[in-house]
Design a protein around this ligand. Structure first.
Ligand code: ATP
Ligand code: MG
Length: 780
């Protein structure tokens, strides 16, 4: 058959080919990083199209990001020679969900032109509802409720389904508020992000005829990154795949598949289609048709088959904190009886050293099925995984910048071939600053650049008003942030007043509070704010600018706003604010810092140009680069303190999977960094190398000489202070982190507070807390 196989099949190995050609029935491809799962999905779609099994509009294909969807579309086009006239149902869960909802909006009480709420609108609405219930919205913050809503919707729970404990939340009004919120959205002809799945699920359940229409339409369903689907996504898929949703009996399901896959670690890797005696479907089984038949269905009369193919890797499940359930992948063969399970073991992406390091690291997780990965092309010339030590984040950024330029020169690398993957978004700042200084092109993927983040822009707006009282745009940005009852109406009055007299708004505000033009309440608030700005401006020439900046954020209530915020992003935002203050230290004054920021913001961000990518580990999923830099491998940052505090062992294991994802993004080079000092809150804190460094195998790792300009340990390599604490894993193994008290001792040493809360009890602005928290959210 090989000789006659179409081009797109010829490069595949036998297991990949089985995954492509087993088009009928449920298929699960469960395989490690870089084994070609995504490539299999793409080729499978090409195959389905090329053999006339379905039209593009009959294929439902789900990717994790919009970018991945675009790339997949392009590659399918290339494989089948441009005959694809669009794949309307290839996209993310959300983009497909919104499309379905627009078609049937009436069935859930919406009009087809419904709006999708952004977070601000959502919070405002929830706050109104909380107040309408006569609850104090200080005690019962809207953001906390928004967070709970998100959790319920990730789990696919409607108001009547939520657990009793949750229903009793919010002074016993949890359920009531949820129901009221949904009713309000309907009145507004709006929905939130979670509803993009919840509404389709509800309408499919209530309207079997509509569901049947989709059953006829979607002949083939394909899902990438299946390990990171949440319960709602799972329910939605099951409905479309014609299986009644069943969430019970999970443990049995897991052991079934674990038995089948995990226990057969040493068994020969036979594609299970063959193992189960099922013939793989030949590429030429169905002759391509040139004439579309009437209707949109190829085989409306045949008994329905569930042709679903999911691919994933339990070791890359990194969204548990956002409701993803790795169980979904583990129970696949229970949900879809007779599923063909295919394993891929050959990695086409990375060198033997990279695979060796990643496999050894992930083997420290207990909760996994276990897989082997091998490469056919180990090369003695391949560089080992590098571990580098630095003094602090500035040096880390400088050294990585130099390494990038060096690779560009020596190895003829494009900048596009290189990526910096950080654990927390605040880490991006030092790289962005450094690269702007060096004139090195970079782009931030999966989120705004550091200085473009909402909280940073807000903070900068405060500083701008202090330095430049005529900055109307800045003032408008923060006049009611945090919310202080100076709404649109007040701002409009201010505007009119300012325009009439041709003065800046702050000045207008100063005058207006002395008149009767504003109602007493906003007038008093505004008077306070104007006085604040005057005081801060007066302090500007004398006070140390970092202290003043901190004071501004504290006194304005801005820091407090995020401290009271219970959303998943809030701790990261606080961390970014700390980093902002930290980064100011290098500048003489607030104005010179603002000038620097303006220059950084102006740096070009063009998707066509050759540029180094900077992104969080979370957004790097599925991607690959010639060279990957992994900075910040220090205890508390990676693994992230919050994951340890809140998640215990499973939190640690998710962090380790994140490390696995990071390492396996590299094709040829992986360069890990840790620094001995992170400057937190203006204070030097010595840090401890990440335990993950200890978990890397010596055979595949090279510890680099510290080539630092700093005296401490420069000359003596690893014999001196700081970096010496990591000596390839030996020192640390003895004081094993499993020992009780380990964490406490380490935390104390590293200057971490032990507060298990999300962002500490006294926050950062008071200057006492030494707790470090990090942002887990990609692109928040
Ligand atoms: P991840 O788990 O990181 O998402 P993956 O399993 O989806 O990885 P792919 O991204 O599909 O892996 O493939 C990894 C790399 O290997 C890609 O560059 C892909 O083109 C290449 N590759 C996959 N299969 C083959 C093959 N049979 N021959 C040559 N190259 C291949
Ligand atoms: Mg992939």
């Amino acid at each position: 058959r090989g000789a006659n196989a179409p081009d797109y099949l010829s490069g595949l190995n036998p297991e990949q080919r089985a995954a492509v050609e087993t088009t009928e029935g449920p298929v699960l491809v469960l395989a490690g990083a870089g084994t070609g799962k995504t490539r299999v999905l793409t080729t499978r779609i090409a195959h389905i199209l090329a053999t006339g099994r379905a039209y593009p509009s009959q294929i439902l294909a789900v990717t994790f990001t919009n970018k991945a969807a675009r790339e997949m579309k392009q590659r399918i086009g290339m494989l089948v020679g441009g005959q694809v006239e669009g794949m309307p149902w290839l996209g993310t869960f959300h983009s497909i969900g919104v499309k379905i909802l627009r078609r049937h909006a009436e069935l859930v009480g919406l009009k087809p032109n419904f709006t999708i709420l952004d977070t601000d609108d959502q919070i405002r609405l929830i706050k109104q509802l909380i107040q309408a219930e006569n609850l104090d919205d200080k005690r019962w913050p809207a953001r906390t409720f928004a967070n709970m809503l998100d959790g319920w919707k990730n789990k696919g729970l409607v108001p009547n389904d939520i657990p009793e404990g949750d229903a009793r939340a919010f002074a016993g009004k949890g359920r009531q508020l949820y129901a009221a919120y949904q009713a309000r959205l309907t009145t507004l002809n709006a929905c939130d992000f979670g509803d993009l799945l919840m509404h389709p699920i509800a309408l499919f359940k209530a309207n079997p005829d509509v569901l049947a229409e989709y059953h006829r339409r979607f002949r083939y369903i394909l899902v990438d990154e299946y390990q990171d689907t949440n319960v709602a996504q799972y329910m939605w898929l099951r409905l479309l795949a014609q299986q009644p949703s069943r969430r019970q009996g999970g443990d049995a399901a897991i052991s079934t598949l674990a038995g089948k896959i995990g226990a057969s670690r040493s068994a020969p890797n036979i594609p299970s289609a063959a193992r189960q005696g099922r013939p793989a479907v030949a590429a030429d089984a169905a002759p391509p048709r040139s004439e579309p038949r009437s209707g949109d269905s190829v085989s409306a009369n045949k008994p329905q088959q569930i042709n679903i193919c999911c691919v994933g890797d339990d070791d890359q499940s990194i969204y548990g904190w956002r409701g993803a359930e790795v169980d979904n992948i583990l129970r696949f063969d229970k949900d879809f009886p007779g599923a063909t399970v295919i394993r891929l073991e050959r990695n086409y992406r990375s060198t033997g050293h990279i695979l060796g390091a990643a496999s050894h690291l992930i083997a420290h997780n207990e909760d996994r099925l276990g897989k082997t990965l091998f490469t056919d092309s180990p090369d003695p010339e391949d560089p080992k995984v590098e571990v580098n030590a630095g003094w602090d984040s500035e040096e880390e950024a400088r050294a990585i910048g130099e390494a990038i330029e060096d690779l560009q020169r020596r190895e003829d690398h494009n900048l596009n071939d290189m990526a910096i993957l950080v654990r927390a978004s605040f880490q991006m700042r030092s790289f962005e600053d450094r690269f702007v200084t060096m004139g090195l092109n970079y782009r931030v993927i999966g989120g705004p650049r550091f200085y473009e983040r909402m909280e940073i822009r807000d903070a900068l707006a405060y500083f701008r008003c202090v330095c430049q009282p005529a900055d109307d745009l800045a003032f408008e940005r923060i006049v009611n942030t945090p919310k202080r009852g100076l709404g649109d109406a007040t701002v409009r009055l201010l505007h009119d007043y300012a325009r009439e007299r041709e003065v800046p708004i702050i000045a207008a505000a100063g005058e207006m509070v002395e008149t009767e033009e504003l109602k007493p309440k906003p007038r008093n608030t505004l008077r306070g704010l104007v006085a604040d700005f005057r005081r801060w401006s007066e302090l500007l020439p004398t006070m140390k600018h970092t202290e003043l900046a901190e004071q501004i954020l504290e006194e304005s209530g801005y820091t407090e706003m995020w401290q009271n915020d219970r959303s998943a992003e809030a701790p990261g935002r606080l961390e970014n604010l700390k980093e902002l203050i930290r980064s100011m230290e290098e500048y003489e004054s607030l104005p010179s810092f603002l000038e620097h920021v303006a220059l950084v913001m102006d740096a070009e961000q063009n998707s066509e140009m050759d540029a180094v990518s900077i992104m969080t580990l979370h957004s790097a999923k599925g991607l690959e680069f010639e060279t990957v830099f992994l900075p910040g491998w220090e205890e508390g940052l990676f693994p992230h303190q919050r994951a340890l505090d809140e998640g215990g062992r499973s939190g640690l294991e998710e962090e380790r999977r994140l490390a696995y994802v990071g390492i396996t993004r590299g094709k040829r080079r992986v360069k890990i960094w840790f620094v001995s000092n992170r400057r937190i809150h203006g204070l030097w804190q010595s840090t401890i190398p990440s335990r993950f460094l200890d978990e890397l195998p010596e055979a595949h790792v090279e510890v680099m000489e510290a080539n630092t300009s700093y005296g401490g340990y420069g000359a003596s390599g690893f014999g001196g202070y700081g970096a010496s604490r990591w000596d390839g894993g030996n020192a640390f193994k003895e004081s094993s982190y499993k020992t009780p008290g380990w964490k406490r001792a380490q935390a104390a040493q590293a200057g971490f507070a032990e507060t298990p809360s999300r962002h500490g009890s006294d926050g950062w602005a008071g200057g006492r807390s030494r707790e470090i928290t990090y942002d887990a959210e990609p692109g928040s």
